[in-house]
Design a protein around this ligand. Structure first.
Ligand SMILES: Cc1ncc(COP(=O)(O)O)c(C=O)c1O
Length: 401
């Protein structure tokens, strides 16, 4: 039977990773893979995560199922992380019991579950997605059966959001349609909506009765944990319903533990209950029970004042390293006389930006200099460090002049 299957094209990021690993050159630079790398090029376990994990092992007495929504302490902690303001105050919807959190296998699981829930709630709903976007958004969300509608996300210069296209899209969306938005640290461009633009989007969603589906995969890697979640507090204040797919892969470094969840906000307590119930029915049909280990680590860590504070500091140094690498790259690439202005990279946020060079230059960087990036020119700023910046900036100069 299986011989009838056709080969699928290889995932470009996975093949690039394989090519990078097989490259024997000493001086090679990986700007392709989407995980954080420290100054040494390693993706370490965060110290607070390691400590929480040790506590967890010491106190763990069972591996029995936790339930379809996962560990409730994880859910509560995630609601706090996503919605609390600088005084630790939660929006009214929490007291009104208008939010439920369902643990999922990573942010990808939350996206899938959100799509399933939306299709069940409104089979006519279409999902509006600004492109470019994270390459897996399209296949992952289309697999739920939601029709996908695309609009242009970036302006002509690629350094801001194309608000004309975004407004046109939302104005032509039908009531009950869904808008996918990156909560912060847009992947792949690093171009986020400004506070004013978020307000405009929320107003359009209000007027046209559209439901935002916010993907929060990089909270804490943009401007800070609180700043990066500001759009969620705006939504909580203004809109009756929205959903949030959150991931702990990047900000807790829990990639392989598959940790994240779907926060569901609905208009009243009963509707929230119904939505959570339907989402759990959907989860039961897909993976039944979510993985527990990563979620238990996060719950343990956030419940411990000292560990939570250690984690916040570590995450902040990760964020600052990425900002420093943005500055270093722009200083060196702008200073190398190649005549291209890379300064928009400075105002972009999170791990990624487009380098904005030609496809031939991408190939030349890879073949001649061992500098790897995906064809779209999206680069992971965390792939840069003080030992490879000289090589990278020389390679850029050679390829660009
Ligand atoms: C924008 C975006 N959303 C979701 C995810 C999914 O993350 P996870 O590994 O938690 O499934 C990623 C991962 O790279 C991402 O970049």
């Amino acid at each position: 039977m299986f011989e009838q299957l056709n080969a699928t094209p290889p995932d470009p990021i996975l093949s690039l990773m394989a090519q990078f690993r097989a490259d024997p050159r000493q001086q090679k630079v990986d700007l392709g893979v989407g995980v954080y790398q420290d100054q040494r090029g390693a993706t370490p376990v965060m110290a607070a995560v390691r400590e929480a994990e040790a506590q967890l092992y010491a106190g763990e007495t069972t591996k029995t199922y936790q339930g379809i929504a996962g560990n409730p302490a994880f859910g509560d902690a995630m609601i706090e992380l996503l919605f609390a303001d600088q005084r630790g105050q939660l929006p009214a919807l929490v007291e009104q019991q208008r939010v439920r959190f369902i643990s999922t296998p990573g942010g990808s699981g939350a996206l899938r579950l959100g799509g399933e829930l939306l299709r069940r709630a409104n089979p006519a709903a279409r999902l509006w997605v600004g492109t470019p976007t994270w390459p897996n958004h399209m296949p992952l969300l289309a697999s739920t059966g939601l029709p996908m509608m695309e609009y242009n996300y970036l302006d002509g210069a690629g350094s801001g959001v194309d608000m004309v296209a975004l407004s046109e899209a939302l104005n032509s969306a039908a009531p009950g349609d869904v808008v996918l938005l990156h909560g912060c640290c847009h992947n792949p461009s690093g171009v986020d909506l400004t506070a004013e633009q978020w307000l405009a989007v929320v107003e359009l969603c209000e007027q046209r009765r559209l439901l935002p589906f916010v993907d929060v995969a990089y909270q804490g890697l943009g401007v800070g944990l609180l700043e990066d979640s500001a759009p969620l507090r705006l939504l909580a204040e203004r809109l009756p319903e929205f959903i949030v797919a959150s991931s702990c892969s990047k900000n807790f470094g829990l990639y392989r533990e598959r940790c994240g969840g779907l926060a569901i906000v609905a208009a009243d307590r009963r509707a929230t209950e119904m939505a959570a119930n339907q989402a759990m029915v959907a989860a039961r049909q897909i993976w039944s029970m979510p993985p527990a280990h990563g979620a238990d680590i996060v719950a343990t860590l956030l419940a411990d004042r000292q560990l939570a504070s250690d984690w916040r500091s570590e995450l902040e140094s990760v964020r600052q390293r990425i900002v420093a690498m943005r500055e270093l790259l722009v200083a060196r690439a702008n200073g190398n006389r190649a005549g291209i202005d890379f300064s928009p990279i400075l105002s972009q946020r999170g791990m990624f930006s487009f380098l904005g060079i030609s496809p031939a230059q991408v190939v030349a960087l890879r073949e001649q200099f061992g500098v790897y990036m995906i064809d779209s020119t999206r680069i992971n700023l965390a792939g840069i460090n003080s030992t490879n910046i000289d090589h990278l900036s020389e390679a850029l100069y050679q390829v660009l002049v």
